[in-house]
Design a protein around this ligand. Structure first.
Ligand SMILES: NC(=O)c1ccc[n+]([C@@H]2O[C@H](COP(=O)([O-])OP(=O)(O)OC[C@H]3O[C@@H](n4cnc5c(N)ncnc54)[C@H](OP(=O)(O)O)[C@@H]3O)[C@@H](O)[C@H]2O)c1
Length: 247
């Protein structure tokens, strides 16, 4: 069995990605930051369906914790499943913050940078030795990199950086056959940034060709597909998954 690691796999897009990956036959390691009970529910659901899953704590802002996380990951995979190595890494964990440029603090800026750019950079670097030949990495970015959305400038800027980093990772890891792509969701109904009110969701649906906002499964299926052999010739791309948002 091949194994994939999904950061922020306890809720929202990450949770549905974990469930979808397990459904497709991957063993799943998912991480949570502050809500272990949400992670346990995802693990229990996967196990109830006959899949393989375990959850580990990880704060992607704490770069200094990554080498310990790698040891914990290796130990957990070995002790639970006698497994080594990863077929996939999904850099999904993150949070949103609404604050116009005029009032963004340096602390907010640095935290968003750590979660959405520096964390994925150094987590990928740390886990690179565990990635197998022909592994796949998926980085979660955002349609806000294409559609300027007032109030989310630092978030969108770091997601834009992650799209550039995606191409550089694809270039530098190609020697090992590792594919790296970004998935860029439009608005999705999750708890990100406090969640979408019905009123805001209706507004966003009106800006979407297919006439609704996204659901976590809309994105999860694409991520799981990119990890699979069917996507073996897709590399270094940013794929917007947004139903035609602001086209
Ligand atoms: N929802 C959207 O409309 C949308 C659109 C475009 C892009 N995205 C991107 O998609 C990804 C998933 O978003 P989502 O909507 O599924 O969010 P969500 O429902 O709020 O879930 C966020 C997940 O990330 C984890 N997390 C948050 N901060 C973390 C940190 N510092 N370290 C480690 N884990 C952390 C959370 O764990 P805990 O519960 O333990 O805190 C949770 O598992 C994010 O990168 C987001 O930017 C979302």
């Amino acid at each position: 069995m091949e194994h994939v690691l999904i950061t922020g796999g306890s809720r929202g897009i990450g949770a549905n990605t974990a469930i979808e990956c397990a459904r497709r036959g991957f063993g799943v390691i998912l991480t949570w930051n502050i809500k272990p009970e949400a992670a346990s529910q995802v693990v229990e659901r996967i196990q109830a369906d006959g899949g393989r899953a375990l959850a580990l704590q990880l704060n992607v802002e704490e770069i200094s914790s990554f080498s310990q996380f790698r040891s914990d990951l290796e130990n957990a995979m070995e002790s639970h499943w006698e497994a080594r190595g990863l077929h996939g890494l999904v850099n999904n964990a993150g949070y949103g913050l609404y604050n116009p440029i005029e009032t963004v603090t340096e602390t907010q800026f640095d935290s968003l940078m750590n979660v959405h750019l520096k964390g994925p950079f150094f987590l990928t670097q740390t886990l690179l030795p565990l990635l197998q030949q022909s592994a796949a990495i998926v980085n979660l970015t955002s349609a806000t990199t294409r559609v300027a959305t007032a109030g989310v400038a630092p978030y969108a800027t770091f997601k834009g950086g992650l799209e550039v980093l995606t191409r550089y990772m694809a270039k530098e890891f190609a020697g090992r056959g590792i594919r790296v792509n970004a998935v860029s969701p439009g608005p999705v109904r999750t708890e990100l940034g406090g969640g979408l009110s019905d009123e805001f969701a209706a507004l966003l649906a009106g800006q979407t060709a297919l006439g609704r906002v996204g659901e976590p499964d809309d994105v999860a299926r694409v991520i799981a597909g990119l990890l699979s052999a069917d996507s073996g010739w897709i590399n270094a791309q940013t794929i917007e998954v947004a139903g035609g948002y602001n086209i």
